[in-house]
Write a protein that binds this ligand. Sequence first.
Ligand code: HEC
Length: 184
Amino acid sequence: MSAVNDPNSKIVHRYDDIEEEDNQLPNWWLFILFGTILFMFGYWLVYHTTHTLQDPRTEYNAEVADIKKARLALTPLSDDAISAVVNDPAQVAEGKLVFASTCAACHAQQGEGLVGPNLTDKFWIHGNKPSDIARSVTDGFADKGMPPWGQLLGQEKVRKVAAYVVTLKNKNVPGKAPQGDPLE
Ligand code: HEC
């Protein structure tokens, strides 16, 4: 109890025998405190003015986009790669142009079939997964009258035209009689 009355005592408050002293804060502690405050101004300035530091979400999205691109480069004619194109109207429109100039002669303007099978019905000879269609286009069926287009068009155009053919699925344009098996 006497400490409270002692003029040299640093105890400023006592409650339930808990003594509170008013000590000078240690310099290392103050250094960190003011240091972080100063750092905040610098960081804030750099972050918002130079944009050299990206926020984690942007950085993450950029990395995911890079990975997708890399995968696409490895498997340009996979179901996923073609499905991605199906969801991009601009690329489907390019595929439609390729179809009109390269395929319509045998499959007709709307894909309803002439020499080649109707691509709008649910009957398929060689499968109807996006990758199946890309394979049909790439390799062709020389013995049945469809040339291979892989070399001539290149993978990018094959991907686009295959995506366009995917969009024709089940449009059921009246045309050539069904060939092959009914597929979902
Ligand atoms: C010279 C005529 C001709 C041209 C040009 C042609 N095809 Fe074909 N295509 C055929 C024939 C014939 C078949 C049937 C092959 C068979 O009977 O096995 C066929 C089959 C296909 C199939 C498989 C259909 C199924 O039922 O499985 C697809 C897909 C296809 N063609 C897409 C295309 C695309 C896309 C193009 C343009 C890049 C194209 N074809 C250009 C004649 C052609």
